[in-house]
Structures are given as C-alpha cells and as structure tokens.
Design a protein around this ligand. Sequence first.
Ligand code: ADP
Ligand code: MG
Length: 357
Amino acid sequence: SDSSSARRIRPLGEAVVNKIAAGEIIERPENAVKELIENSLDSESTIIDVLLKEGGLKLLQISDNGTGIYNDDLPLLCQRFSTSKITKFEDLSSVKTFGFRGEALASISHISRLTVTTKRKDAVHGWRAFYIDGKLAPATGHGSSAPQPCAGKQGTVVSVEDLFYNVPSRKVALKNGAEEFRRILLLIQKYAIHNESVSFSCKKFGDSAATLSLSSRFRRIDRIRQVYGSNLAKNLLPFEVYGGSLLEGFSAQGLVSNANYASKKTVFLLFINNRLVESTDLRKNLEEVYSEFLPKGASPFLYLSLNIPESQVDVNVHPSKRVVHFLHDQEIADLLRSHLSKVLENEDARRSYHVQT
Ligand code: ADP
Ligand code: MG
C-alpha cells in the first residue's frame, strides 16, 4: 500500500483501554493508598491501618473498621464506573464523598493482584474475593472465582499485591521502595492531621512497631507535634476566617506557623471540602505574605481547611482529583492573604509588646 496514505481508525481493545485509564489514576503506590484511604473514610471508618512491603510495590494493604461491603455487590466491586456514591450526573454538584467515579478499585485490579476481605456489622461472617482485570477471579489454589466466606471483624481489608506487575515501564521507573514508602508516609500524615477523629497507622511489613501511629485520642496539635516536631507545634497560630457577602458560605480554618518558625521548604497542607488538593497559586500567594515576616530562605508551615459551597466547586477536573476548580478563586486568595497578614501582624505586635514590658 501507499506509505503516504492515512492510517485507518480502529477502536482499542478493552484490555488496553483499561490499562491506559488505570495509568491516569495510579501512577505510583502513593496514588493507590490515597484512593484506598478515601474509600475507608467514605465508609465511616475510625481506624485505618496501612501495611507496606517494598513501599507498596510488593504489598499494599489497607484495613479499616468501616461499614463493609454487601456480599451481593462483590461481583461489581471492581467494575469500572460502578459506584455506590452517586447515581446521576447532577449528584456531582453536591457530592460529599471522596469517591464518585467508581474507577479506583477497577484501575487497581487491572495492574495488580487484588484481594478484598469485608464484613458488614450485622453479617455473621465476612467474605473474601480476589480480582484480576476488573472481574472476580479464582485465588491461587482455588478452582472457583466466587467470593469465599471467611472469619473477620467488621470492616474491609484491601490487599494490593505486585502493583504494576504487568506494566513494565512503571516497574522500571519505580524500583525504589524506600522512596515510595517516604511518599506514602507523608500522605498518611496529612490525612491524619486533617481527620483528627480517625486513628491512623503505617507499618513496614516485617517491622514489629509501626513507623507512624496516631490514635484517635490525639488532637490535631498532638498529631502535628508527633509528625513535625515540638518546635513547630509551639510556633503555631490559629487561622480562622469567614467570607463576607461576596463569599457567602465560605470559611477557612487552620494552623499556620509564626515568624519564629523556619522550614527549609514550605509545607502546605490544603484541604478543600475535606479533599487533599494542590494549589500552586494559593501557595505562592501565601508565601508572598510570609516573605514580609520571615528571614530570607525561611519557609512556613500551613495547614488550611477551606469550606466552599459544594455548588461552587468542580471536583471532576481530573481522575486523580488532585486539582479542583472553584468559583471566586481570586477573591478567596485575597481574603486568605489579608487574613494571614493580620494574623502575623498581630503576633508581631504581641511579641514586641512582651519584649518591651
Ligand atoms: P468510588 O469510591 O468512586 O465509588 P471505588 O472503585 O473506589 O469507586 O470503590 C467502588 C465501591 O466499592 C464504592 O462505591 C464502595 O461502595 C465500595 N468500597 C470500596 N472500598 C470500600 C471500603 N473500604 N469500605 C466499604 N466500601 C468500599
Ligand atoms: Mg473510591
């Protein structure tokens, strides 16, 4: 045939489509942990334990004490776009759960060997199911792919083994389990600081003690002290501001470091309607304010939790949900800037008063 002629269009096979989609959500073990922690939080868990072997590449296991999953729902659990959280597109404008796309478990099942053990509160026993490529599959040594009854306490355990076993490029890129462990630990720390009524732990497979263990008795400030040290904990200022008539329904709460504290790099924990998100724009705005109070080269710590009316937030920007769009972003940035200035100025004034008297 003529080499300059156009190529023919063909639909990709289902397996390729699913693997490509999975790659968008799960780039590295950290992304899987985020999805699984969010599922545990969505199911009203108050205890979330994470166990990792080789930074999650060999094994990544999340146990929770949440509602559990109906036995009848297990065949659909890893099917793409199957969810218990929304039923119609309009629901997206008021979605309060982290999940809604029904893609996380499906994606994970396409790039790992996935086992789910779950027991609902009033069930006599639990169920264990094994998944490959979105579907129930027989576990090693079993003939049937049907979920098996098992003992267990209320909640769900999701075990992800051999992540990226069938994605050679990812496997090569992610050789360093230590780096993956470090990232996952940072992620769990952030969730633990925001969700102060939930106890979190993170353990390396084979270790006797957990690397991170924050019981539900630990208040936010205790958690920050445990994670970032007492020097930060004693240099924190409360941050609280409410939107005026233009920003009706908006509020921000948090803890921010004072002018005595200096970090090498800015630590910015940003939650919008309880979602952990990134915003370089807000970060830059707030860093600018700090630059008037901190010596050169010193950076702040900020934990901010913003509440924006659900109808003004679009969480459906990217499958990873790392970025959200919201209305009035410039006004919100201005409000946060001016309030931060006030908080830091007041502290400045208070300190110089103490020094003088
Ligand atoms: P989504 O969270 O967007 O619904 P997922 O693939 O993450 O999609 O999960 C699919 C469904 O599986 C959820 O809607 C929920 O019903 C159920 N599920 C997942 N993880 C848990 C869990 N830890 N506890 C209870 N139910 C869960
Ligand atoms: Mg989910």
